[in-house]
Design a protein around this ligand. Sequence first.
Ligand SMILES: C[S@@+](CC[C@H](N)C(=O)[O-])C[C@H]1O[C@@H](n2cnc3c(N)ncnc32)[C@H](O)[C@@H]1O
Length: 308
Amino acid sequence: METSTDMLLTKNDPIGKSTGTREGGPEWSIGGFGRQIPIVKKLVPGDVTQWVAAAYKAAISGVLGGNLASALLIRRPRAVVEYWQNCLFVWRMVAGQGLPQRQLHEILPVEDSVNLNILPTTGHFVLWDASFAKDVLYLALICRVLQPRTVFEIGTLYGYTALLFALNSPPDATVYTLDLPPDADFALRTTISDVTTRVAHHRAERLLFDGHSQESKIRPLQGDSALFDFSPWKENIDLFFIDGSHSYDYVRSDTERALHCCRPASVIVWHDYGRWGVNGVSKYLHELSRRYPQLCRLPGSSLAVLQL
Ligand SMILES: C[S@@+](CC[C@H](N)C(=O)[O-])C[C@H]1O[C@@H](n2cnc3c(N)ncnc32)[C@H](O)[C@@H]1O
């Protein structure tokens, strides 16, 4: 098993400073995907609509997912809301709501035994949330089984999943990972939690793959996914991972771009499907499943998977 580097520190060091070059195609090519992308709505700190939406979702979560155990967390209001939302996340799975749940071996040809390279317990993926650990296992497994030559990820954050893909793909594979430039605003409507993670990304002193033995396989890119020119990757991606902004508008836009980059037998994976809260992933994927009935969820995880 390979080990990751030290836990990330935060300070005012914009992405790119610590590693120098960030490669990629044009970063701000409006219309580079073949059409003009409208600026729908930017999120500003005082955007009342988004805060009202968050408060509304929190209240509904309490009504539907609240129970006596949550009363014991009353001194930690944020933990209470997260607990409610996790109760509902699990409830949806147990109740069989939403996308059909399929085992990975029903989707991809998984052998009897597969060796995975998993990162040690650093990073946000191994917090108390039960599904994150399964998400990591599935992502490594998908990568190992698919053996992609080219992976594209929207949403680098600290580089955890980019490194996971690098660790589990063939030696000559390339992992592209796209994140927002430091000074960029969101082109489309987004959510409060997306604003927070963007700040976390830009405060990271270094990414997990910086200086790692797998670093040469990873190509960090900068740009807003709604404006980024994906044409160099047209029909060239084997595995596409969507984990950028979680608003409906962004998930729809990112999915259209992923479909543009993929070809028959390519796999698209979405993170944070089924999560309760300010999250447009589920809403959009339920619509998409009418177009792609094979779209499904991996049991116990927040991953939705589509093989074309
Ligand atoms: C949930 S985190 C990604 C986590 C990462 N995949 C990992 O597991 O380590 C979301 C990331 O997407 C980035 N992001 C949000 N909106 C984006 C956009 N429109 N274009 C590119 N990146 C975006 C944020 O800056 C943040 O770093």
